[in-house]
Design a protein around this ligand. Structure first.
Ligand SMILES: Cc1cc2nc3c(=O)[nH]c(=O)nc-3n(C[C@H](O)[C@H](O)[C@H](O)COP(=O)(O)OP(=O)(O)OC[C@H]3O[C@@H](n4cnc5c(N)ncnc54)[C@H](O)[C@@H]3O)c2cc1C
Length: 425
């Protein structure tokens, strides 16, 4: 029976980064599995020209281990694009290029297996190992693996409000499916986008610049009181750091949720360049008289959806005037974000891991969720470690902390006191 030092479930950017970082540690025996057949980063939102919201050095490894062979710079060098990238002078890589970078890393690592869905995890207390039962998605064949440590990197799932769930169909869908439906959307008489994060803004701009004539309107509504730009100012960026995570982690749970509610601009907002591009496109189209009937409305909370002939009646509540109104739309795109989930495959080991009644993990400072520091989580620590949880740039840091905790030594040294500010007293 082969026992791996660690098995990672899910191969998104965070566990892929862990695989890349751990590949430089001699003797460490790792396996990462993913139910998808190959790595493809958010294909439903791979809108042409879309860029990362983090710079190129916030790749899978650099901020923890800049000499690692899997840096973005080495990817560019090895694929003959270093000079072109430099001359292009773009700090924020194209999302399609980042996807290719991740696929390049995948092609170089032999610790990854795709097409394997994790279905159940058990624990053998005599041997102190986890038993990972997985299934080949192509053949249905069962595969069992054993590991001393687990790293859960299963990502998040699209969030759809309860009242909309039963109505989901090809004309009412989550933003994560945008590219699948785009060609059909362009033939519709009206489209309504709900939400004001980066995805909503990208979709709005993509539809706007497609020059399709939405006879009855291209509508963008959000409950937020305005369309916020992402805060990239220097002192805000200092908060994307181990220093800030240390501070936030030490706050009371109630204070954490209060603080998080004020931080949308740090992680849920729209790239400033994109806001400018949208406004510029609207200006030009109005000048040459080519725009569809466009509507952008903040402060409008979607409260109900009714299916009617040729589309939907969307009921909105204006949060400041208190008035309600109905918006008709042939199609609806819910850019309503993503949410964490606790996978069912953990059921047999529920007693070993720490869960709150609110169905979130109790996450230790080192991202472990058990007493033995043997089960770790990625991107499930928003409530405990703060807004950096889903930030690609902080992935290498979290992975360094996880590997240091697992190995019980400082394999990766992280810089301390990076901020000019003091976050607490
Ligand atoms: C369109 C989009 C753009 C984004 N852009 C940025 C950005 O520019 N900068 C930034 O900082 N953040 C960005 N984010 C946020 C975040 O960093 C990404 O969502 C990132 O992909 C999260 O990585 P992950 O590894 O947690 O999960 P995911 O990428 O979601 O990967 C999880 C993987 O787990 C697998 N899985 C799930 N269940 C099982 C199972 N039972 N068995 C086997 N495998 C399983 C899935 O197949 C999937 O491949 C973006 C998010 C989106 C949606």
């Amino acid at each position: 029976m082969k026992i791996f030092d660690l098995i990672g479930i899910g191969i998104g950017p965070f566990n892929l980064g862990l695989a890349a970082l751990s590949s430089s540690i001699p003797g460490l025996n790792c396996l990462f599995i993913d139910q998808a057949n190959h790595f493809d980063w958010h294909p439903g939102l791979m809108i042409e020209g879309a860029r990362l919201q983090v710079p190129f050095y916030a790749d899978l490894v650099t901020l923890a281990d800049p000499c690692n062979q899997f840096t973005y710079m080495n990817f560019l060098k090895q694929t003959g694009r270093m000079f072109r990238f430099a001359i292009n002078e773009q700090y924020f890589p194209l999302r399609s290029e980042y996807n290719r970078y991740c696929q390049w890393v995948v092609s170089k690592l032999d610790s990854l297996q795709f097409g394997l869905r994790c279905e159940r995890i058990g624990y053998d207390s005599a041997q102190q190992v986890y038993e990972i039962l997985s299934r080949e998605t192509s053949s249905g064949k069962e595969r069992i693996f054993f590991a001393k440590h687990l790293i859960l990197g299963v990502g998040t799932v699209p969030y759809i409000p309860d009242f909309a769930k039963a109505k989901a169909c090809k004309d009412l869908f989550h933003a994560s499916e945008y590219m699948t439906h785009k060609n059909e959307l362009l033939k519709k008489e009206s489209v309504t986008i709900i939400g004001s994060g980066q995805s909503a803004a990208e979709i709005f701009q993509d539809l706007l610049s497609s020059r399709a004539q939405f006879k009855d309107g291209l509508n963008w509504l959000t409950r937020s009181d305005r369309i916020y730009p992402m805060d990239y100012s220097r002192f805000a960026l200092e908060m994307t750091s181990p220093d800030y995570i240390n501070y936030f982690f030490g706050l009371d749970a109630q204070v954490k949720s209060r603080v998080l509610r004020t931080q949308d601009q740090l992680y849920k907002a729209v790239n400033m360049d994109l806001i400018r591009d949208i406004s510029e496109t609207l200006y030009r189209q109005q000048l040459d008289g080519s725009n569809s009937a466009v509507q952008i409305r903040p402060n409008c909370e979607l409260v109900n959806i009714e299916k009617v002939q040729n589309g939907f009646n969307l009921e909105f509540h204006h949060k400041e005037t208190g008035r309600s109104f109905i918006q008709k739309s042939a199609t609806v795109i819910l850019a309503t974000g993503y949410k964490n989930f606790i996978p069912d495959f953990l059921d047999p080991i529920k007693e070993l891991i720490h869960l709150k009644e609110t169905r979130v993990y109790t996450v230790n400072r080192n991202y472990a969720i058990d007493d033995n520091t043997s089960v770790f989580v990625q991107n499930a620590d928003l409530h405990s470690h703060g807004f950096n949880s889903a930030d690609l740039g902080m992935g290498p840091y979290r992975n360094a902390v996880i590997l240091n905790a697992m190995l019980q030594r400082e394999q990766f040294q992280m810089e301390k006191n990076i901020a000019f500010q003091e976050f607490g007293i």
